[in-house]
Design a protein around this ligand. Structure first.
Ligand code: ADP
Ligand code: ZN
Length: 214
């Protein structure tokens, strides 16, 4: 099964993609996670990406396309995958199609998590994660027992630099301008699967599984 997960920042696509990948035993590939790791390690890729990410802008297409082509070339995409955070622009979607045409693969479904703007802004401004084990928290829906401290490992809870309120607004604008057009791109190909992204995570996960018949 070859899937793409689409949705605004804060739509919950990362959480749901991880769960689904575990359930059907395929690779979960998050370009955001890859880039954040590269920034942390200070690699060439990280140096290229950091400024864009901090400002809530997209990393240039050629940088991110190169990253995905490398994954394909090394065989990582051969046994099913969920691409989470890629493609994010029309040129990225087109180059993905070209790459898959060359090797005879295709996207089975593009799962779109639908959440309205107001809910997105609330979610992102309350999002925190553990600097130790990366566990995610949410104020007020999923609070740690002790403010600022991870329940699981005692690590310090931090906010992603791009979850600061003014950057959040820019990420939403960027999503609307640059990423939303690819919803139509996949709708046109008959593979778009829109899912209501509101409700508790279990409920949303059930909708996704029903939609994909898994
Ligand atoms: P979110 O979906 O919550 O905004 P991600 O973790 O998917 O967060 O991505 C974080 C940041 O990484 C983006 O704002 C962007 O700067 C960069 N990024 C991730 N994927 C891509 C991509 N496919 N193209 C360009 N930039 C990307
Ligand atoms: Zn922790």
């Amino acid at each position: 099964m070859n899937l793409i997960f689409l949705g605004a920042p804060g739509s919950g696509k990362g959480t749901q993609a991880i769960r689904l990948a575990e359930k059907v035993n395929i690779l979960h590939l998050s370009t955001g996670d890859l880039l954040r790791a590269a920034v942390k390690e200070g690699t060439e890729l990280g140096k290229k990406a950091e400024g864009f990410m901090k400002a809530g802008e997209l990393v240039p297409d050629e940088v991110i396309i190169g990253l995905i082509e490398a994954k394909q070339a090394s065989g990582d995409l051969n046994n099913g995958f969920i691409l989470d955070g890629f493609p994010r622009t029309i040129p990225q979607a087109e180059s993905l199609d070209k790459m898959f045409d060359r090797v005879g693969t295709k996207i089975d479904n593009a799962v779109l998590l639908d959440v309205d703007d107001e809910e997105i802004i609330n979610r992102l401004s309350g999002r925190m994660s553990c600097s130790g084990c990366q566990a995610g928290y949410n104020y007020p829906a999923n609070m740690p027992k002790k403010e600022g401290v991870c329940d699981k490992c005692g690590g310090e809870l931090v906010r992603r630099p791009d979850d600061m309120p003014d950057v959040v607004k820019n990420r939403l604008d960027v999503y609307k301008k640059q990423t939303q057009p690819i919803e139509d791109y996949y709708r046109g190909k008959g593979v778009l699967l829109p899912i209501t992204g509101v409700g508790v995570p279990d409920e949303i996960f059930s909708r996704i599984c029903e939609g994909l018949k898994v």
